[in-house]
Design a protein around this ligand. Structure first.
Ligand code: NAD
Length: 497
C-alpha cells in the first residue's frame, strides 16, 4: 500500500487533512494505494507558492523557459515506459494504449518548445508621424488545471507545459483516481530545470476544486471532465472573475454511408468504441447507418470482432482491452446496458457477464454491441463511457447527418465514405467541434486545437495550438513615440497625422 501526497515548491508535502481517497488496481479489484485529499488550507498553500514564484518565472527569458521545456521533452521520452506503467496500473487501460496516450501528451510539449516563436507579438511601424504600435503577450499569473481520470498523463500535459511556457505558474489538481502519473510528471519537470514552485500538484476532491475556483490569486482555470462538473466549474470560475475553459462529456457518432468499405469500418469501429474500454471522450459510441442492408452486413462483421476482443490485465501487452477504472464506474456502465435493453434496443453482444480466470474481482467487462437503438432512448442521449457500441439505423442520409447535430454533445464525429461531396457537406454542416473523414478518432495534432461544441465544452478557447497560447496570455498593446521636439498639450482625441 502506497500513499500519494502533494507536490508543492519542488517537494513532496504530506497531506494534513486526515482525508484520503482509495486508489484501485482495477485489474485485481483491490485498493493498492491511498491519495491525500487536500484541505482548503493546503490548496491555499500551493497557490501561495505559485503566486510567490510568478514574478521570477514570468521575468525569466522566453528562450530560457523554452530550453527547460526542451529538457522536459527529453525526460518524457526517456521515462515514457515508466509513465505508461504508472498510468496503466491505476487506470486499467492496456499498457500499449497508455503509452500512446503519453505520446499524444508529449506532442503538446513538442509544440510548447517553440514558445519563443509562439509568443511573438505584432508590430506596426510608423502608424503616425514617428509613432509605432506593438503588442505583447503577457502571462496571466497563477493558472490551474483540473483533470479527469481517463487521461492522467496526456491531459495534464495539455495544460501545464503550455501555461508554464507562456510564463505562468501552475497548480494542478489531477483526478484522485489515478494520481501517480501526474505526480511523476511534476518531478520530471523539476529534473528538467523548472524552478521550485512554478508547478505544484495538489491532490483532492471537491474541496480542492472549490478552493481553486474561488481563490482570487488564480487567474485562469483549465478543466476537463464530465459535463455536469464542467458546467459548474465554468459558472463558478467565471463568476469569480477568472478565465475558464471547461471541456465536458461526449457521445460521438460515426456515419457509415453505403459506399464505405465495411471491413475498414468494422475495424475502425471496434478500435474506436472499445479501445481504452470506451473510457475516452473521443470514443465512437454510436454507429449510424443509412440503409438497412448495410446495417445487417455491418452487424455480421462487427459481432465476431466484438466477441473476439482480448480482454485482459492492463499490463499484459497482449490485452486489447483492460478493466474499467473502478467498481463504481463498472456498475454505472452496467446500469446503462440494462437500461438500453429495457428501452428496447437489441443486444447483439452482451459483455456484462465476463469473468476473467484468476482476476475474478477485477473490474472487467466485455464489449457490448447494440442494434436498433432509437434516438429517443435515454441510453442513446447520455454518455455511457464504457465498452459499448450502439448502432442506430437512420432512414436515409439526411436523418443520419442530423443526429450528431441535434444531440446535446458535440465533441467529435466521423464519416466513412468514398464520396467526397458527401463527406465535405457533412464536415461543413455538422454542429460538432472535431470531424474525421475516414478517420475514426479525429483528435487533432498539438499544433491545431482540441475542443468540442455544445455541451462538450464551455468557454471561448480550445486546448492545444495557438488557442492555448491565447488562453494562457493576455495582450498588452503599446503606442510609442520618441519625440525630438516639444509639441505642447493636445486636447482633442488623437487621430492620424
Ligand atoms: P469528473 O467530472 O467526475 O471529474 C473531473 C475532475 O473534477 C476531477 O479532477 C474530479 O476530482 C473533479 N470533480 C469531480 N466531482 C466534482 C465536484 N462535485 N465538484 C468539483 N470537482 C469535482 O470526470 P471523470 O469521471 O474523471 O472523467 C470522465 C469524464 O471526462 C467523461 O465525461 C469524459 O467524456 C470527460 N472527458 C472529456 C474530455 C474532453 O476533452 N472533452 C477529455 C477527457 C475526458
Amino acid at each position: 500500500m502506497y500513499h500519494i501526497h502533494h507536490y508543492i515548491n519542488g517537494k513532496t508535502v504530506e497531506g494534513q487533512s486526515g482525508r484520503f481517497g482509495d486508489i484501485y488496481n482495477p485489474t485485481i479489484g483491490e485498493v493498492q494505494g491511498k491519495v491525500a485529499l487536500a484541505s482548503k488550507a493546503e490548496v491555499e498553500a500551493a497557490i501561495a507558492t505559485a503566486q510567490k514564484m510568478f514574478p521570477e518565472w514570468s521575468a525569466t527569458s522566453v528562450v530560457a523557459r523554452g530550453r527547460i521545456i526542451q529538457n522536459f521533452l527529453g525526460l518524457l521520452y526517456k521515462h515514457i515506459d515508466e509513465l505508461a506503467e504508472l498510468l496503466s496500473r491505476e487506470h486499467g487501460k492496456v499498457i500499449t494504449d497508455a503509452k500512446g496516450s503519453i505520446q499524444r501528451g508529449i506532442e503538446v510539449v513538442e509544440f510548447a518548445c517553440g514558445i519563443p516563436h509562439l509568443l511573438k507579438g505584432e508590430f506596426s511601424d510608423n502608424v503616425s508621424a514617428g509613432i509605432d504600435i506593438y503588442s505583447m503577450r503577457k502571462p496571466l499569473g497563477v493558472c490551474a488545471g483540473i483533470t479527469p481520470f481517463n487521461f492522467p498523463g496526456m491531459i495534464p500535459l495539455w495544460m501545464a507545459p503550455m501555461a508554464i511556457a507562456c510564463g505562468n505558474t501552475f497548480v494542478l489538481k489531477p483526478s484522485e483516481k489515478d494520481p501517480s502519473c501526474p505526480m511523476r510528471i511534476a518531478e520530471l519537470f523539476k529534473e528538467a530545470g523548472l524552478p521550485d514552485g512554478v508547478l505544484n500538484v495538489v491532490n483532492g476532491d471537491k474541496e480542492a476544486v472549490d478552493t481553486i475556483l474561488t481563490d482570487p490569486r488564480i487567474k485562469a482555470v483549465s478543466f476537463v471532465g464530465s459535463t455536469a462538473i464542467a458546467k459548474y466549474v465554468y459558472a463558478t470560475a467565471t463568476a469569480n472573475g477568472k478565465r475558464c475553459q471547461a471541456m465536458g462529456g461526449a457521445k460521438n457518432h460515426m456515419i457509415i454511408l453505403p459506399d464505405a468499405d465495411l471491413n475498414l469500418v468494422a475495424d475502425a469501429l471496434v478500435g474506436a468504441a472499445y479501445g481504452s474500454a470506451g473510457e475516452r471522450c473521443m470514443a465512437i459510441s454510436v454507429g449510424v447507418t443509412t440503409d438497412d442492408k448495410v446495417a445487417d452486413k455491418l452487424l455480421t462483421m462487427l459481432k465476431p470482432r466484438v466477441e473476439a476482443l482480448k480482454v485482459g490485465p492492463s499490463l499484459d501487452p497482449a490485452s486489447e482491452m483492460g478493466p474499467l477504472v473502478t467498481r463504481e464506474h463498472w456498475t454505472k456502465v452496467k446500469g446503462y446496458i440494462d437500461l438500453a435493453v429495457q428501452e428496447g434496443a437489441e443486444l447483439v453482444v452482451d459483455g456484462r457477464g465476463l469473468k476473467l480466470q484468476g482476476y475474478e474481482n477485477g473490474f472487467f467487462m466485455g464489449g457490448s454491441l447494440f442494434d436498433k437503438v432509437s434516438p429517443a432512448h435515454r441510453s442513446y442521449k447520455e454518455e455511457i463511457f464504457g465498452p459499448t457500441l450502439q448502432i442506430v439505423r437512420a432512414k436515409g442520409i439526411d436523418e443520419a447527418f442530423e443526429l450528431p447535430t441535434v444531440h446535446e454533445y458535440g465533441n467529435g464525429t466521423s464519416i466513412f465514405t468514398q464520396n467526397g461531396h458527401a463527406a465535405r457537406t457533412y464536415a461543413d454542416r455538422v454542429q460538432v467541434g472535431m470531424v474525421g473523414i475516414n478517420i475514426p478518432i479525429p483528435v487533432p495534432l498539438a499544433f491545431h486545437t482540441f475542443g468540442g461544441w455544445k455541451n462538450s465544452a464551455f468557454g471561448d478557447h480550445n486546448t492545444m495550438g495557438m488557442q492555448a497560447v491565447q488562453f494562457y496570455t493576455k495582450i498588452k498593446t503599446v503606442t510609442a513615440r520618441w519625440p525630438t521636439v516639444r509639441s505642447g498639450a493636445e486636447f482633442v482625441m488623437p487621430t492620424l497625422k
